[in-house]
Design a protein around this ligand. Structure first.
Ligand code: PLZ
Length: 458
């Protein structure tokens, strides 16, 4: 059994506490101001406004405390105000906040690149480049792969999510809400993006399809419809995030990586959501020993500060001319200081072990609920790894997606003071992404609420 506790010193009491109805008066006041000034296109899942956050607790401006099982979409793995991150940020802002690495370089950027060389899979020579958001990392990985290969096409998968910029919208599979709007489209989208079938064990028509066969199906589509000589890169989330926490069948990723190597295609693992201890390994590809050519990272990397990265084989990365990559803020010194501290905390607190522990506690609990429910069971599948876990909800007795129950469960949990997120192509997946520094009592309390919510829908 993995470690039971974390050595993290919490600043806020790690306890759920809801004082009656919310949103309270201060949150309502802020919501009214927001409605007059913030664009309607950016929506929030929670109706309260945050005052403070620490460990696995978020408090609002009216004094309510919520258990956070979402980590701001897989970001605050080390906690939302990890003391080491806060100290590193404070120390850095007091010296300088920005010079632009393209104008005047600094040590923090180099230090982050060194850590990424150390932590990413493979013992080959590596290089890194830093950006601000996950989408920006993905865009740049594609730029690098195109220059390195001289080829145009990029292959993405069904259910993929890679971001909201023009190229990454093209790479993302789901139309609503990312690519279209009831009022129109966010396109036209970037060209030379092709989509092929994913390995989605729960929804395979033929349940016996194994990972290697699912990979051959994708490879056949690539070779017949695009031609491998035109393909610069295949881009895949080793565990798909927004698409439904889909864990491909064993053997799928290794076969795709092998095919890519044979054909001179760059294999890009998008580990923006799954990276940095989230799945109980530094990267989700490690579970199957896959070594990507390029890897995109963001979210958990810097304890909540905006930072993203592309790390990859030196010969691919360095095929881009000096000046070909960059941006004003990429690898901002404050974000780099935060990343060095956040990665240090992941090591010190052994968050890979914590993630594995969370994975076993939650999986056991959810599987027990599913079997207890018998014929009324709405849990189609419990899946995921470490602290990246999901429940795919269905109508009892089959696999028909149950988006209504998913929404109702999330709403019930929120009402009781537990923030959980949903996802999935069919909107029927409850996902759990707790801060990896959550203590066992808080996790247990959150799971009790989730269990009541599931039972009420069954
Ligand atoms: N790649 C695998 O999960 C971001 C998006 C939430 P950015 N996922 C959360 C939303 O609705 O916008 C993500 C991801 C993977 C890329 C991205 C994009 O990362 O930092 O949001 O640009």
């Amino acid at each position: 059994m993995a470690t039971q506790t974390t050595a993290l010193q919490y600043r806020l009491e790690q306890k759920r506490n809801i004082n009656g109805e919310f949103p309270g008066p201060r949150s309502q006041e802020l919501a009214a101001r927001r409605a007059q000034t913030v664009a309607a296109g950016v929506a929030s899942g929670v109706p309260v406004y945050v005052a403070d956050a620490d460990g696995a607790i978020v408090t609002d401006v009216d004094g309510n405390s919520f258990i956070d099982l979402g980590s701001g979409i897989a970001v605050t793995s080390v906690g939302a105000s990890n003391p080491a991150v806060a100290a590193a940020v404070r120390e850095q802002v007091e010296r300088f906040t920005h010079t632009c690495f393209m104008v005047a370089p600094y040590e923090g950027y180099v230090e982050v690149a060194e850590l990424l060389s150390e932590l990413t899979p493979g013992d080959h020579e590596k290089r890194s480049v830093l950006f601000n958001s996950g989408a920006e990392a993905v865009e740049n990985a594609v730029k690098i792969a195109r220059v390195a290969t001289g080829r145009p096409a990029v292959v993405a998968f069904d259910h993929a999510y890679h971001g909201r910029t023009n190229l990454t919208m093209a790479l993302t599979a789901k139309a609503m809400p990312y690519k279209s709007s009831p009022a129109g489209t966010f396109g036209p989208f970037a060209p030379e993006v092709y989509r092929v079938p994913m390995s989605y064990p729960f929804r395979e028509e033929n349940e016996n399809v194994n990972g290697k066969e699912a990979a051959e199906r994708a490879i056949l589509a690539i070779e017949k419809q695009i031609g491998s000589e035109s393909v610069a890169a295949i881009l895949i989330e080793p565990i798909q995030g927004e698409g439904g926490f889909i864990v491909p069948a064993e053997g799928f990723l290794p076969r795709l990586a092998e095919w890519a190597r044979e054909k001179g295609v760059v294999f890009i693992a998008d580990e923006v959501q799954s990276g940095f201890c989230r799945t109980g390994e530094w990267f989700a590809v490690n579970h199957e020993g896959v070594v990507p050519d390029l890897i995109t990272m963001a979210k958990g990397i810097a304890g909540g500060m905006p930072l993203s990265a592309v790390t990859g084989r030196a010969e691919l990365m360095d095929s881009v001319h000096a000046g070909g990559l960059g941006g004003t803020y990429g690898g901002n010194p404050v974000a780099c200081a935060a990343a060095v501290a956040a990665i240090g905390s992941m090591k010190d607190l052994d968050l890979n072990a914590r993630a594995a522990h969370i994975g076993s506690v939650v999986t056991e609990r959810l599987q027990k609920i599913a079997s207890d429910l018998g014929e009324k069971n709405i849990i189609g599948e419990v899946r995921g790894r470490g602290g990246m876990l999901a429940l795919e909800l269905v109508l009892p007795g089959g696999k028909v997606p149950n988006a209504a129950a998913t929404k109702a469960i999330a709403e019930y949990c929120l009402k009781e003071g537990v923030i959980i997120l949903t996802c999935g192509t069919y909107g029927n997946v409850v996902r759990l992404l707790p801060p990896l520094v959550i203590n066992d009592e808080v996790l247990e309390d959150g799971l009790n609420v989730l269990e009541t919510a599931i039972r009420a829908q069954s």
